[in-house]
Design a protein around this ligand. Structure first.
Ligand code: FAD
Ligand code: SF4
Ligand code: SF4
Length: 481
């Protein structure tokens, strides 16, 4: 039933029903069920339609949240979807995996004393409905242009840019070294957070709109950047960051100490029905094992929760700071605890013990001392506080750095920052090589899907302008400015 707005007094905050933790441990299905029309309408109607909507300001895509909440409350879902899709190429995906507590919902100022509007769940509901109703359509350019764009990397940044450039009429080719498009949406983020089918249907829709995908195509192996520049009028590099940080402690070279992404990729591939030798052999499979995951970010949370589902005997997460200072989303930590993960706060690995393969992690207790220049308290070792934790699989989730892109791409002139990320102009997102743009994690460092989408969209707008200038079409140029 259609609702009036400002209903936050009548209706409390409600999220879609969460599956029981014991049930969740048995499979990789998504953990939240969906809102129905009544619940979505009720929850949307809690919005007080702020004159200055802080939710929108703090959404990296500046989604027009108050408008689509109002339309949802009124039952006008097709219009709500059009507004949601106008600023976001993957609203159903962001609605599921954005850390809303740090973005839109965390900044909802509904009224003092009332819980925020559940923006992400409404966004997913609108877009899931749009897919069911056939309102989600492939990109349809008004005119086809002669110029062609090459995009390296089919993650959210590359896919968002591809869709925006195709809508503007360009021929678009996306190259990816994996056998499926989607980047970390497919191979990093586990299915219980994001059903892979949602990603696949998006890439199929883009292909139906005329975008050409080249899978199993690795720049650096199958072609150099220069080869692709000769084929295309402009290029976008959106290759993400993949080099897992290592731990320089004694015993780090023992068997069964594995990088987080190797472990998650194997699990995701298995879920997609692939044959994964390292999973079958047990190397990247937690079944029956005592698992220790080292790290406190969202990747660590994905690893611990994957290990639970694979049937680990025990799962511990070691983090050198405390719960309040954890970089991972508080919501994900709570879900992991419900599923049986044991968090060992204020604890750091000092050495790995074992004969050939790891059998224990030697840890030391930490305390938090004064804040450093970034405002975070620095962890410091407590003397004589050692403890050994049994482990027969250790997963390192300590963050990611970029690979050496200039060398890999055979383009030593390509400019990088001191962190190894690609250096782009803040004006137009172009690298120091004419016509080569960059977006997503390879520019920002490890970040979020919603920022990758934002970057992909921004890069597409800059590339459009660049290509119009090259096509010498003054009328179009005026239209793009
Ligand atoms: P990617 O998604 O990494 O895509 C890059 C693509 O480039 C890949 O497909 C790769 O195969 C391809 N590529 C790389 N090198 C080459 C080459 N030489 N030739 C051809 N192709 C190449 N963010 C959230 O917002 N919410 C979450 O819940 C969340 N969970 C995460 C969980 C994990 C385990 C990880 C690792 C990250 C998570 N993130 C999450 C972060 C998010 O996934 C990334 O910020 C986002 O995917 C970055 O998008 P991208 O397009 O820049 O790069
Ligand atoms: Fe919130 Fe993310 Fe949706 Fe923006 S894209 S409204 S931050 S869930
Ligand atoms: Fe509605 Fe909250 Fe956004 Fe205000 S901040 S417009 S109440 S969702």
């Amino acid at each position: 039933m259609p609702q009036r707005m400002q209903n936050f007094i009548s209706f409390g905050q409600n999220t879609p029903e969460r599956r029981d933790a014991e049930d969740r441990r048995r499979d990789f299905d998504e953990i939240y069920r969906r809102f129905d029309q009544g619940a979505a309408s009720e929850q949307a109607s809690r919005c007080s339609q702020c004159g200055v909507p802080f939710c929108q300001i703090h959404c990296p895509l500046h989604n027009n949240i108050p408008d689509w909440l109002k339309l949802t409350a009124e039952g006008r879902l097709e219009e709500a979807y059009e507004i949601a899709a106008a600023t976001n190429n993957m609203p159903e995906i962001c609605g599921r995996i954005c850390p809303q507590d740090r973005l839109c919902e965390g900044n909802c100022v509904i009224e003092k004393g009332f819980d925020s509007v559940t923006i992400g769940s409404v966004e997913s509901y609108i877009t899931d409905t749009a897919w069911e109703q056939g309102w989600v359509r492939p990109p349809e350019p008004e005119t086809d242009r002669d110029q062609s764009v090459g995009i390296v990397g089919g993650g959210p940044a590359g896919l968002a840019a591809a869709e925006e450039l195709r809508k503007r009429g360009y021929r678009v080719d996306v190259y990816d070294r994996h056998d499926r498009m989607g980047g970390l949406l497919i191979y990093g983020i586990p299915n219980f957070k994001l059903d892979k089918e949602l990603v696949t249907r998006r890439t199929e829709m883009l292909a139906a709109g005329g975008i050409t995908f080249h899978t199993d195509f690795e720049i650096g192996r199958d072609a150099g950047l220069n080869d692709l520049r000769a084929r295309h009028d402009a290029m976008l590099i959106a290759t993400g960051v993949y080099k897992g940080r290592a731990l320089a402690v004694p015993g780090a070279g023992l068997d069964n100490i594995v990088p987080a992404l190797d472990y998650l990729i194997a699990s995701n591939r298995k879920g997609l029905g692939d044959t994964v030798p390292d999973y079958e052999s047990g190397k990247l499979n937690a079944a029956g094992k005592k698992v220790v995951v080292i790290g406190g970010g969202d990747t660590a949370m994905d690893c611990v929760r994957t290990a639970v589902r694979q049937g680990a005997e025990s799962v511990k997460c070691l983090y050198r700071r405390d719960r309040a200072n954890m970089p991972g989303s508080a919501r994900e930590v709570a879900r992991a605890e419900e599923e049986g993960v044991d968090f060992v706060w204020l604890s750091a690995p000092e050495a790995f013990l074992g004969d050939g393969a790891v059998s224990a992690v030697r840890t030391v207790r930490m305390h938090l001392s004064v804040a450093d220049a970034t405002g975070r308290q620095t962890p410091q070792v407590i003397a004589d506080s050692h403890q050994n934790i049994d482990a027969d699989l250790v997963i390192l989730a300590l963050g990611f750095d970029p690979e050496d892109v200039p060398t890999l791409f055979g383009e030593p002139e390509l400019g990088v920052t001191r962190w190894g990320t690609l250096k782009v102009s803040y004006r137009d997102m172009m690298t120091n090589i004419d016509g080569v743009f960059a977006a997503g994690d390879i520019v920002r460092g490890a970040s979020l899907v919603v920022w990758a989408i934002r970057d992909g969209r921004d890069a597409a707008a800059h590339m459009h302008r660049y290509l119009l200038e090259r096509a010498e079409a003054p009328a179009d140029l005026a239209e793009a400015s």
